[in-house]
Ligand binder design. Structure first.
Ligand code: 8IG
Length: 271
């Protein structure tokens, strides 16, 4: 396998086209969004992601992320259920590999979803929040390393309007009351202290999590239109008077699955 992450992603993209066909959009499902997959549309096919070149072998035995081809109201969408994180000590090129592969396979839209903590009390557990912009506080960036090879855009991508105003408008048209916020992407490995949440609030963050920001940068670099949404599963550290009840979170998540699917369908059909 090539040392060049773009060649690796192109090879994975070719394998996706070969085995699952062509797709207009890729949807990365974060935790809390898994049950949404079956409500999106008609599943045409699927395979374990680690069958494709460049994807890491499953960490837990027999527990690999799946790539599915789903027809969403006539729009073919590649659904990636599972992702790699920096806190697992995956290199940044591995973290963004799925998104790069999908874009190089022809996906013009990248839809990123995640579970996140909320810094806004009004957006409690179970609330879907549209990502309007991001703070990449991971300390990593997919555009570091060797210059992108011949035929790819240069590294200093313009990240103004990183999250597509057009797709945000489509989401708001379908759900006028939908909350919107800035997502702070952390390296993770632990949650934050209350002091760190206080800092993030002063920096303009509304959401906090451990994914998405690197994938968004890599997708934009390759010219894709980016959409992002978080499902709030907890209020960030120091904001909740009571300790979080996990059962309650799961119940709220379950109750919102239908709305989450409707939201993604609205965006997918705007592609
Ligand atoms: I779910 O409160 C979820 N993921 N960093 N902080 C960070 N990541 C998260 C949180 C949170 N909740």
């Amino acid at each position: 396998m090539s040392e060049d992450p773009y060649a690796r992603a192109a090879a994975a993209g070719a394998a996706v086209r070969d085995r699952l066909g062509e797709h207009r959009a890729v949807l990365v499902l974060g935790s809390g969004w898994a049950q949404v997959a079956e409500l999106l549309g008609t599943v045409r096919g699927g395979l374990p992601m680690h069958d494709l070149p460049g994807f890491p072998a499953p960490v837990v035995q027999g527990h690999s992320g799946m790539a599915h081809s789903v027809d969403v109201d006539g729009t073919p969408v590649l659904v990636l259920a599972g992702r790699s994180h920096l806190y697992e000590e995956h290199p940044v090129a591995t973290v963004v590999h799925g998104v790069r592969a999908a874009v190089l396979a022809g996906c013009e839209v990248v839809m990123l979803t995640n579970a996140a903590g909320s810094l806004v009390e009004a957006n409690g557990p179970g609330t879907p929040v549209l990502i309007s912009d991001q703070l990449n506080l991971t300390g990593a960036n997919p555009m570091t390393g060797p210059e992108p090879p011949e035929g790819y855009p240069g590294r200093f991508s313009d990240l103004t309007d990183l999250y597509s105003p057009r797709l945000r408008a489509a989401a708001h048209a379908a759900f006028p009351a939908l909350a919107e916020g800035v997502y702070a992407g952390m390296l993770g490995g632990s949650y934050e202290t209350p002091a760190e949440i206080h800092m993030l609030r002063a920096m303009g963050a509304d959401l906090v999590g451990m994914s998405t920001v690197l994938e968004a940068i890599a997708a934009r670099h390759l010219g894709a239109e980016v959409f992002g949404a978080s499902l709030v599963t907890n209020l960030a550290a120091g904001l909740s008077a009571t300790a979080l009840d996990h059962g309650e979170v799961l119940a709220t998540g379950k109750a919102s699955v239908g709305r989450l699917a409707e939201l993604l369908r609205a965006v997918a059909t705007a592609v």
